[in-house]
Ligand binder design. Sequence first.
Ligand code: ARG
Length: 459
Amino acid sequence: MTDKLWGGRFQEQTAAEVEEFTCSLPFDRRLYRQDIRGSQAHARMLAKQGILTEAEAEAIIRGLEEIRQEIEAGEFPVDPALEDIHMALETRLIQKIGETGRKLHTARSRNDQVALDVRLYLAEEVEGLIADLTELRRAGVRLARRHFGEILPGYTHLQRAQPVLLAHHLLAYDEMWRRDQARLKESLARIRVSPLGAAALAGTTFPIDPAYTAELVGFPQVFRNSMDAVSDRDFILEFLAHAAILMVHLSRLAEELILWSSAEFGFVEISDAYATGSSIMPQKKNPDVAELIRGKTGRVAGHLVGLLMTLKGLPLAYNRDLQEDKEPLFDTVDTVRASVRLMAGMLGSLTFKPERLRQALAGGYLSATDLADYLVTQGVPFRTAHEQVGRLVGYAAFQGKELWELSLEEIQRFASQAGPEVFDWLTVDKVVARRTSPGGTAPERVREALRRAEKELGL
Ligand code: ARG
């Protein structure tokens, strides 16, 4: 027998290299609160069912409480030979309260224990992330409100396409973040399922009450199949997928901020607090925060793919491979929450440059579609109008003029149906104002969207 809690059938000590290789303590330490909470609930349930005495359960619960305080005071002796946080806490409990501590693991396995811990952890983090997203959305909506009147080119293929309100552009991200929040909220129902009581894989011979343990840890649901309960990591995969999608949204905005803050665009200035300098080029101010958000998106997407690969060939039920779920999960939580917070801070610090936005509206013939639409109102079939306007744009470009700088005669040379009211369709303001279709960029539509978002976000 060795000194391990599971050492009964072992004659030789574990090789040092194996201890190091299998040890998860350096990263699963962060589950200590959840592990203690789960163990306390388990002990209470054992007492209610008459499997432990009330006095035994009380001693365990109190012992665990003290250990929590030790950890929080930085006084917890960590021995890497203890394999993982579950073993470390149980060993410490036995040290502290003796024989009774050896009863805690009755009718439980580390397999259902660890599954519960991760679920408790993730439920909390997802709630935190949903709240972070509310702050991010608030920052975006405030920015949209502050710059409500500004117009900039909307792009397709990164070519100037049609003018849009800056607020409309920003509120597009609000839609993405709103969906991200909805996905996360909905996933909580599948995270908050207690696996405790599944034991190693097949259930237990003790008369346990898993519904009571679930209630004690605040989970509305209990597992239905013990083998699934200990081996299911769908809830982590789902979270990683939602996190990857959210990061992609952040990354797209980060990319726009990087482009927009370049001299070529010059639409926006990122505040000094969210930029960094170059160690060689004194003039530089780099959008590193935005770049890193974009860069970290690859890392989060990688964690999703990594865990999918870890799980794909696993036979039922628990396999030690599952220990590999934690680092990608923890890193994703840290990365996504930091990225959301930093993006919110950066949005709050942006300065838009209205004169550059206005300059960008010139020269792109952004009202060409509207001119064609106008000709349609005069009875010209759209395809014909499209062709006439195409030729007219070619002419205007050759003359170095905007469409609104042409004379009616010039316009009529290409589009004979055009009347003097055509000029009402050509300026950028008019182009924006006419897009009153649902979800369009007309100020009245965007005002509605802004109000809706403000209401949702309590602004
Ligand atoms: N550290 C392990 C993990 O994270 C805990 C469960 C270990 N179970 C076992 N039977 N070895 O998955």
